[in-house]
Write a protein that binds this ligand. Structure first.
Ligand code: AMP
Length: 208
């Protein structure tokens, strides 16, 4: 099964991806996580990506496409994968489509998790990450346990200003990929403005 999860930053793609990976036993490929790992490892890719990410801009297509193509050609992706955060632009969607078609394979579905902007801002600004486990919390909706409260961090790109800029970019650039996948009959829309369990049920229903 080859699935793409699409949605604004903070829509719960990461949370849903973790559940779907368990359910369908697929490698979870998150372009944002790959960039963050590259930054932490101090690689050339990380150095290139950091400036764009800190400003809330998208990393250029050629860099992003190269990174993802290399990843989905790894043996663990032969039977399928779940992409999270990629593609975000039409050239990225076209490059992926071309690459899959030339390998004689195709996508099963593109799941769009829909959440209103006002709700996204509330979620993103309160989001905290435990750097040791990768677990995501929210200061109001899902506070971290007291024993780890001191070590949770706010991602540098989770401020309100950066969030608004990312949402603006999401709407202007990502909208094009939605009609691209809609035209291919692959787009499945899911209401993301409810509990993670309810969203997970809707996503699994949309994929079955
Ligand atoms: P995310 O964790 O998916 O919210 O991504 C964090 C940041 O990584 C984004 O704001 C972009 O700067 C960069 N990024 C992630 N995925 C992509 C992509 N497909 N194309 C361009 N930039 C990306």
């Amino acid at each position: 099964m080859r699935i793409i999860l699409v949605g604004p930053p903070g829509a719960g793609k990461g949370t849903q991806a973790a559940r779907l990976v368990d359910h369908f036993r697929l490698p979870h490929i998150s372009s944002g996580d790959m960039f963050r790992s590259a930054i932490e490892a101090g690689t050339e890719l990380g150095k290139t990506a950091k400036g764009y990410m800190d400003r809330g801009d998208l990393v250029p297509d050629d860099v992003t496409i190269g990174m993802i193509m290399e990843r989905i050609n790894q043996p663990d992706c032969a039977a399928g994968f779940m992409l999270d955060g990629f593609p975000r632009t039409l050239p990225q969607a076209e490059a992926l489509q071309e690459s899959l078609a030339s390998a004689g394979i195709s996508l099963n579905a593109v799941v769009l998790i829909e959440v209103p902007d006002s709700e996204i801002i509330r979620r993103v600004v309160g989001r905290r990450l435990d750097p040791q486990t990768g677990q995501i919390y929210h200061i109001n909706f899902n506070p971290p346990p007291v024993e780890i409260a001191d070590r949770v961090i706010q991602r540098e790109d989770d401020t309100e200003v950066t969030c608004r800029s990312r949402l603006q970019k999401y709407h202007s650039e990502t909208a094009a990929i939605l009609s691209f996948y809609d035209d291919l009959g692959l787009l499945r829309r899911v209401d993301g403005n409810c509990s993670p369990d309810d969203v997970a049920r809707s996503v699994i229903r949309a994929l079955s």
